[in-house]
Design a protein around this ligand. Structure first.
Ligand SMILES: Nc1ncnc2c1ncn2[C@@H]1O[C@H](COP(=O)(O)OP(=O)(O)O)[C@@H](O)[C@H]1O
Ligand SMILES: [Mg+2]
Length: 314
């Protein structure tokens, strides 16, 4: 099977500064693949190279099996790009914007009309098709940008931080749109600095920092390999007898159990096999009155901190 995207030792330098430092990517057809990384990680530079907008300093890129050095025009016909900075004509309506872009692609009038109607419905802007877009909200502009990127029926869609700066409602609707497009079979490459977004949205995630992909995998794989595990917090009434504590420790031989005044904190790498239920059951059998039981899962933020000793939000 041909990968949607392959790179070999992809590098981009600006003078002495290395913005992208040796990426070896394999993104499969139909994947919703996320680049997660803080500002300055090299996400946009990577996207610009993958979308033929910027020449790599060194390394190779193949998109849909085609070499970017010799078949860039063909690649451009297969990809759609939603850039980080908005690039539509504010004085034009959605229909006029799409008309303009359709002409750039040398599409026929009738095809532009047909695709515009279809796409504006998909991105929920059909009602506003004749309204000047300058007054649109950030979310509406971004959805128009998505419609524009899809006009020529691309197979691969690149979205560079499409939700950054949007209000929560618009963010949700744009993510839903992304998922829907991906479900139609479109390969989506999505960048974000929002770990929760990457976690919820993406099939596979590459965590980037300083131009390098540090780790790559599904969110679950990354959390289980590089996260700090699960924390089970139990608040109870009264005291915890030593035998009960000993029994709990036996249930989590590799975990860490800490006892506070009216709280028990258990750190474990995995809660597989009904561990939380077993602990709760044991406490109930021993007549310990549990007031609250909380389980916190590892997060991608933790994965990032564990790998780099810094926060993603910095
Ligand atoms: N045209 C350029 N000239 C010089 N430095 C650049 C240029 N574009 C990006 N950079 C630098 O490369 C690094 C990565 O930038 P970028 O790819 O935009 O990161 P991200 O999209 O992850 O925030 C940053 O330090 C940025 O300042
Ligand atoms: Mg960027």
């Amino acid at each position: 099977m041909v990968n949607a995207i392959e790179t070999e030792k992809l590098v981009k330098r600006f003078g002495n500064f290395t913005a992208v430092d040796g990426l070896n990517l394999r993104i499969q057809k139909g994947e919703l693949f996320g680049f997660l990384g803080p500002n300055g990680a090299g996400k946009t530079t990577t996207i610009r190279m993958l979308t033929t907008l910027m020449k790599p300093t060194s390394g190779n890129i193949k998109i849909a099996g085609y070499d970017i050095n010799t078949q860039a025009d063909f690649i451009r016909s297969k990809i759609g790009v939603v850039p980080q900075t908005f690039a539509l004509f504010e004085e034009l309506s959605p229909l006029e914007n799409l008309q303009f872009i359709g002409e750039l692609y040398s599409m026929s009038e009738s095809l532009i009309a047909k695709k515009s109607e279809e796409l504006l419905k998909i991105v929920s802007l059909y009602e506003k098709r004749n309204v000047v877009s300058g007054g649109f909200s950030g979310g509406m502009k971004q959805r128009l940008s998505v419609a524009a990127s899809l006009l020529h029926d691309p197979e691969i869609l690149f979205m560079d931080e499409p939700t950054t700066g949007l209000d929560p409602q618009s963010r949700i609707s744009l993510r839903e749109l992304t998922t829907r497009l991906n479900k139609t079979g479109m390969t989506v490459v999505y960048t974000t600095h929002d770990m929760e977004e990457a976690d919820k949205l993406c099939d596979r995630i590459a965590i980037m920092d300083k131009g390098k992909v540090m780790v790559e995998g599904t969110s679950a794989e990354l959390k289980s390999k590089f996260g700090s595990g699960y924390k089970i917090l139990i608040s109870y009434d009264g005291t915890l007898e030593q035998p009960v504590l000993t029994s709990i420790k036996k249930m989590v031989p590799t975990g860490k159990v800490s006892v506070y005044a009216d709280k028990l904190e258990i750190h474990v790498q995995s809660i597989a096999g009904g561990l939380v239920f077993s602990i709760s059951n044991l406490l109930s059998t021993k007549k310990v009155k549990v007031k609250e039981l909380l389980v916190s899962e590892p997060t991608l933020e933790e994965v990032f901190i564990n790998l780099t000793s810094k926060n993603l939000r910095d």
